[in-house]
Every structure is written in structure tokens, then in C-alpha cells.
Design a protein around this ligand. Structure first.
Ligand code: PMP
Length: 343
């Protein structure tokens, strides 16, 4: 079995960290206050097993009918685990696009299930075959925006693909707050469209581990049966609840990061990179020299971490997370130095 390798976590210090798509900015003040308040509260007691305060706040923020449309988890990775555990049995099959988030395959492997990849076509389009599921395909994952590309399949197309599927389609919207469109409305129309979200990216809370599923109430009820009793702790629930109440902060931070993303994309293009237009908080780029490993090593030696990614039979490139403007300037300057030296 191929284990999933999470992105490197550098020791705190001088490293500029642009490798795991975190938010470079601290979370809203209300979140820090909620954590402090929770830490001085009844932490000798177990937390609310179903994170009611969070689910109410999230339903309110996202315009959903109520908390029964939401299941909270210890990071969206835990939600993905629950989905695989709940829908895909041993010997059954999970489908994912390629290249995309490798963890889905590992989750299938752990479950003793099979997986199959459907390759994106040119321009990161999905073929109609992605929606044609045979009986043994029990779950389909689609990260949207996708990683590593940052590209988005339009919701209308997703609705069309799901309509020909005989199983649930999980739209992994870890990066949707940075995108122009999302599939929350589709969840209310179709029982087989499920959406996962995380607080690790746009809300700046990767360190507390909180994610959630949005699905029709009967789906949430069934999946809740297989979750750990107390999967989210009291302090994280308090933080996540406050985060969902901070929508103005969210809009400001997303606007700022999206502006940095545009600048990063333009300047990479000026340096000669082929840059995939991104709707996420990272940019996928490939240089005609093909020397991505060399660039990664040089950046790392200079205390800048980006993600070098290689997909067998497809290719490789660099995925650069959107940092602060200063961090991005430092990374671009270093890339420019490397390209000049190796011209
Ligand atoms: N989905 C995708 C596409 C991701 O890139 C990530 C981050 N690695 C996750 C889900 C998981 O995020 P988290 O567990 O931090 O919520």
C-alpha cells in the first residue's frame, strides 16, 4: 500500500512556508477569544458529540436550511475517511480524477477497496465518462477547485455528471472559498451530491483540525452512525463556531489572497512558466526547462518551501501556495535568481 505523505512541516523559524496551502494570516480575533474562553471552561467534561453550536453557525453562514445538513469532523480528512468507510466496502471501488488529491487512493487502500482514476483532459476538463459509473463504483471524489491545478469544473457540469452516476459524488470544496462558484445549492437539489469543506485554508485554522460535510439530512444521519463518539474537541468546536460567525473577516482575507494569487500568476508567467489559471489559494506552474526538482531544491536551500509534485505518466511541476505579498516576492526573486544562473 502506498502511504499518503503529508507536506513537510518546517520547524518554526525563518522558513517561508508555501507548500501546504495554509493561510499566511492569523485567524480572526473572535476565534482566538473563543479558544481562550473555551480553555478556561469545562474541559474536564466531554464535548458536544455532534458540535451543535458549530453546525448552527455553519448552516446560518452558508444559507442552509438547518444544522441537520451538516456533519462536523476532525479536519476534512476525517470526513473523507468516514465517507470511504461508509460507502465503499472491501473489493468495491472508488473513483477519482487524475491528477488530484492522492489521499483518496490511500483511504481506499486502507479500506481494502479498489480505486480507479479518470484522467483530466486538456484544459483540466472532465470527460463524460467520469459520470458513467458501473455498479461496483460506490463513491466518486472530485476536488473542486482541484489540487494541484486550482481549476474548477463548473457546477452545471458537475450536476450533469452526477445525474448519470449510480453512487454519491463527493465534491471536495477544501478551496471553494477562493473560487467563483461552489456546489452548495446542488446539495439541496440532489441526494447524491455531497460537499466537504475545511477550516484549514480560508479560515486560517489548519492547526485546530476542523472540517465538515454538507449533505441531505438522511445522508448525514446515516454517516453519523459511524463517526467516533467525540470526534471534535471542545476547544476546536468553539474556534470553528466563532470562525463561521466571522464572514466579513473571511471576505477580506480571501480578497487579499486572491489579489496576491493574481500577482504571483502574472509574475511566474513573466519568468517563462506555464501557469494554470487558479481559483484556489495556490498556483500550479511548469517551466519549459522541466527543471522543477532543481528549483525546489534551490528554494529549499534558501529556506523557502514549495511543493514539488510528480505524477507518474503525466508530469511534474511546482505548486506554490499563496503567502503574504512579501513571502511571494521572496520566492519569485529566488526563482528568478535560479533561472538566471541556469539559463
Ligand atoms: N481536500 C483537499 C483537496 C486538500 O488539499 C486537503 C488539504 N491537504 C484536504 C482535503 C484536507 O484538509 P483538512 O484535513 O486540513 O481539512
Amino acid at each position: 500500500m502506498q502511504p499518503y505523505t503529508p507536506g513537510e512541516q518546517a520547524a518554526p523559524g525563518k522558513t517561508i512556508k508555501l507548500n501546504t496551502n495554509e493561510n499566511p494570516y492569523p485567524p480572526p480575533k473572535a476565534v482566538v477569544e473563543a479558544i481562550q474562553h473555551a480553555a478556561t471552561g469545562a474541559i474536564n467534561r466531554y464535548p458536544d458529540p455532534v458540535a451543535t453550536s458549530f453546525r448552527r453557525a455553519a448552516a446560518n453562514a452558508l444559507g442552509l436550511p438547518g444544522p441537520e445538513w451538516i456533519l462536523a469532523g476532525n479536519g476534512s480528512d476525517e470526513i473523507l475517511t468516514m465517507l470511504v468507510r461508509g460507502f465503499v466496502g472491501e473489493g468495491q471501488r472508488l473513483r477519482l480524477p487524475y491528477p488530484s488529491y492522492i489521499l483518496y487512493r490511500t483511504l481506499a487502500d486502507i479500506q481494502g477497496a479498489d480505486w480507479e482514476q479518470v484522467a483530466f483532459e486538456d484544459g483540466w476538463q472532465l470527460p463524460a465518462a467520469f459520470g458513467k459509473t458501473e455498479n461496483d463504483v460506490r463513491l466518486v471524489f472530485l476536488p473542486n477547485p482541484n489540487s494541484p491545478s486550482g481549476t474548477v469544473v463548473p457546477p452545471a457540469e458537475i450536476e450533469q455528471l452526477a445525474s448519470t452516476m449510480t453512487c454519491p459524488l463527493v465534491v471536495d470544496e477544501a478551496y471553494a472559498d477562493f473560487a467563483e462558484a461552489n456546489c452548495l445549492d446542488l446539495v439541496q437539489k440532489h441526494e447524491n451530491i455531497l460537499v466537504t469543506r475545511t477550516l484549514s485554508k480560508s479560515y486560517g485554522l489548519a492547526g485546530i483540525r476542523f472540517g465538515f460535510l454538507v449533505a441531505q439530512p438522511q445522508v448525514i444521519t446515516e454517516l453519523a452512525k459511524i463517526k467516533d463518539s467525540y470526534n471534535c474537541d471542545m476547544i476546536s468546536i468553539a474556534a470553528a463556531t466563532a470562525a463561521m460567525g466571522s464572514q466579513e473577516w473571511l471576505a477580506e482575507v480571501v480578497a487579499k489572497m486572491n489579489a496576491t494569487r493574481s500577482r504571483l500568476s502574472e509574475r511566474l508567467a513573466t519568468l517563462g512558466f506555464n501557469v494554470t489559471p487558479s481559483q484556489a489559494n495556490f498556483v500550479w506552474c511548469q517551466h519549459p526547462s522541466g527543471d522543477h526538482q532543481g528549483m525546489y531544491d534551490f528554494l529549499k536551500k534558501n529556506q523557502i518551501l514549495v511543493r514539488y509534485m510528480k505524477f507518474p505518466e503525466w508530469g511534474d511541476g511546482l505548486r506554490i501556495s499563496v503567502g503574504t505579498d512579501d513571502q511571494i516576492d521572496a520566492c519569485l526573486m529566488m526563482l528568478e535568481n535560479y533561472l538566471k544562473k541556469n539559463a
